[in-house]
Design a binder for this molecule. Structure first.
Ligand code: DEZ
Ligand code: MG
Length: 303
């Protein structure tokens, strides 16, 4: 497998690379920012691409925010963005549940292990849901909870799906309730299964690590609707109608972003070193997932 091209400081190489693509799919966490810290020259780089007539789509696995929430974040960060340019895993999962899975009401209710982003996107698709940010679940489990989950009286009979995403308020009660629904046959879905979350210039538990207790107890993985799932790529192509051979995925994580672009048969992939993956992860012999090119940070594309 050919080695990726290092583009930082290579003005001619950058020009040639950018000329191959009309559309850039941008990952967010670890590429544009770390939490609320915008990396250098990100806004200027996106402006440069747009001035060259390139289309940008923001494709994030972070399901804690809805597309509308991301639009507010982009505005706060001074990055011009239309809400329609954002395609997050919460939206991807809500579209899948509403338009592909299409469980017959009333058994189409979703038990959410996650934050408001998931709830907002389910609302937008008209999918009923419980759990999530419900404050009544932010408490210790009590002896009667075990009894009432075991006999079903604490469970909603209309729940047909358990949807797991990044949840900053996870506890035993919420996990136990999710497991109770799964044992009763609810479909097991995830917005994404990233093991770690790159933020505050460090790594924290990701969505996959929050949902891991359910995977361990149940003995099987959820269907993930985030990167590298090609259901997400198909949904993005269906919405934006682009030529995959002229599209490039830009990301910080090999087993989500770069794999997503490669398996999606996009024209190219660009790794940045400001998030999860390190260059040692893809340079040298026998590496499983290798980007077409890489830069130290996104702003290096300014040349
Ligand atoms: O744990 C997570 O959910 C992910 O680390 C996080 O949300 C990744 O977001 P992305 O890099 O896809 O923008
Ligand atoms: Mg990322």
């Amino acid at each position: 497998m050919s080695q990726p091209k290092y583009l930082t400081g290579d003005k001619a190489g950058i020009e040639e690379f950018l000329s191959r693509f009309d559309v850039f799919l941008f990952d967010c966490d670890g590429v544009l920012w770390s939490g609320d810290h915008l990396f250098p020259n990100v806004a200027q780089t996106l402006e440069m691409l747009r001035s060259k007539g390139k289309r940008v789509v923001f494709v994030t696995n972070n399901s804690t925010k809805s597309r509308a929430d991301y639009k507010k974040k982009f505005d706060k960060m001074g990055i011009p963005c239309d809400v329609e340019e954002v395609f997050g895993s919460a939206y991807s999962a809500a579209v899948y549940i509403a338009r592909i899975l299409k469980l017959p009401a009333p058994k189409n209710k979703v038990y959410v292990l996650g934050e408001t982003g998931i709830e907002q996107e389910l609302d937008a698709e008209g999918v009923p849901h419980i759990g999530g940010t419900d404050p009544s679940l932010r408490r210790d489990i009590e002896p009667e909870d075990f009894t009432n989950m075991a006999n079903g009286s604490a469970l909603d009979p209309d729940v047909g799906v358990v949807l797991a995403g990044l949840d900053f308020h996870v506890n035993y009660l919420k996990l136990a309730m999710g497991f109770a629904y799964l044992q009763r046959g609810a479909k097991f879905l995830a917005t994404n299964t990233d093991s770690t979350l790159p933020t505050a210039h460090s790594l924290f538990l990701g969505a996959g690590s929050v949902g891991a207790p359910l995977v361990n107890a149940l003995g099987r993985e959820p269907l993930s609707l985030g990167k590298p799932s090609q259901a997400m790529m198909d949904a993005i192509e269906g919405k934006f109608h682009f030529d995959r051979s002229r599209a490039c995925m830009v990301g910080d994580r090999l087993n989500t972003d770069i794999q997503f672009g490669i398996e999606g048969k996009l024209g190219g992939t660009l790794a940045v070193l400001t998030g999860v993956s390190k260059k040692e992860d893809f340079l040298g012999e026998g590496k499983e997932t290798v980007p077409m090119a890489y830069v130290d940070q996104l702003g290096d594309l300014l040349g």
